[in-house]
Write a protein that binds this ligand. Structure first.
Ligand SMILES: Cc1ncc(COP(=O)(O)O)c(C=O)c1O
Length: 388
């Protein structure tokens, strides 16, 4: 990302700070941002939190509250995602069931998902990777038929759509990240969105120490005050959680950033189209499904499977001062990460050929709204000339 802040973001923050005794902890601006975000996304409720990973963690914590059948403890996840999707599952005592990705949209291989659904499956935690839509009708039907919880991680895909409807409106809950390098930023931040009031209230409780009063639902609170007579009404802690709140400065930036989001997404989308159009398909995989996509990084997958050639590719990019990340979103195949060794034993990596391909030969390079055509041409020129 380059320059995700504009002058108007800062002038709005200055206005906030110039008030006499401004409130900077979570207050009216946060509420305003949540309402505006819900309207933009097309959902009823949203909860602004400290990061996308907090949104992931709270969503899975809520599943734990909703789940009445303790036998169901499996959540199906992709092997290409961010660590917080998996750690949220592990930290809440659920079991991640991994599936390979497909190379058209870098999201879950839906056929593998369908095969993994069984009596113990509680939900599916899909990641819409790198701005691509990962949903299809087969998946949505299976979710309905098997009464599964679908959670959408849209941290990398703000504004992407499936059948003209925004991603993040299909699942029971959806998660967004406003980290600096994403489609829009609040410095650090995240959002949980949902259409269900009970889930919204739970997300506010989980955001703030598990405190009952955070639900802002007076009749619910009154019941709890009656039930726990020996507790101070202001300090009824319902769930073991932490503080995941954001603040007024973040919200102020978010409100302003949201105004530019659609236009910035349009620019990035055009950049991707142009990039893929002129990329040499003999050297790089190009068959990405761009329908409804809202990209923020150019995906690159080398056609070669030769590590020496790959190292040469990286050497040239470094020499030409082109910043890149290998392994695409989240550093490639999660199954190879040390944090999982204790939890996942005896995994046959050969059953995950697509994520393995991305792990060793996949990359992304930043695609931002003010990236000039000249720079994209420079990038294409370097990429297409590399002898791999
Ligand atoms: C798919 C995905 N989920 C979650 C996150 C976590 O977001 P954050 O960095 O705001 O915690 C990221 C981070 O980039 C991500 O790519």
């Amino acid at each position: 990302m380059h320059n995700n802040f504009s002058k108007s973001d800062f002038s709005d923050v200055k206005k906030l700070l110039n008030q006499t005794s401004p409130i900077l902890t979570q207050s009216k601006k946060v509420e305003e941002f949540e309402k505006k975000w819900s309207k933009w996304l097309g959902v009823r409720y949203s909860t602004f939190v400290s990061s996308g990973s907090s949104a992931n963690y709270i969503s899975i914590s809520i599943l734990k509250v909703l789940n009445k059948n303790k036998y169901k403890n499996e959540i199906i996840v992709p092997t290409l995602t961010w660590i917080s999707d998996i750690s949220s599952i592990l930290l809440n005592g659920f079991k991640p069931i991994f599936v390979d990705i497909n190379l058209e949209n870098l999201s879950m291989d839906i056929d593998q998902v369908l095969k993994k659904i069984n009596k113990r499956t509680l939900g599916i935690f899909i990641t819409h990777a790198q701005g691509f839509n990962g949903l299809n009708d087969k998946l949505l039907k299976a979710v309905n038929k098997n009464k599964l919880y679908l959670i959408e991680d849209v941290c990398e895909s703000h504004g992407a759509t499936y059948k003209n409807k925004k991603l993040g409106t299909f699942g029971l809950m959806s998660n967004f990240s406003f980290y600096y390098a994403h489609h829009m930023t609040t410095i650090e931040g995240g959002m949980i969105s949902t259409n269900i009031k009970e889930i919204y209230e739970l997300s506010k409780i989980f955001r703030s120490h598990g405190m009952a009063r955070e639900s802002k639902n007076q009749s619910y609170e009154n019941k709890l005050i009656k039930k726990f007579k020996n507790l101070s009404p202001q300090f009824i802690f319902l769930y073991p959680t932490l503080n995941f709140r954001n603040n007024e400065i973040g919200a102020c930036i978010g409100i302003n950033q949201l105004k530019k989001l659609n236009e910035n997404n349009r620019k990035r989308k055009n950049n991707l189209k142009y990039f893929l159009n002129f990329l040499d398909g003999r050297k790089y995989w190009k068959n990405f499904d761009q329908t409804g996509s809202s990209n923020y990084a150019f995906p690159i997958i080398l056609q070669t499977n030769n590590i020496k050639k790959r190292n040469y590719f990286e050497k040239i990019l470094t020499k030409k001062k082109i910043e890149f990340r290998r392994g695409n979103a989240g550093g490639g195949n999660q199954l190879r990460q040390p944090y999982l060794k204790k939890y996942v034993k005896k995994i046959n990596l050969r059953k995950f050929p697509n994520v393995e391909k991305v792990h060793f030969f996949g990359y992304y390079i930043g695609n931002f709204p003010d990236l000039s055509k000249k720079k994209i041409d420079y990038l294409l020129n370097v990429l297409n000339k590399i002898n791999i």
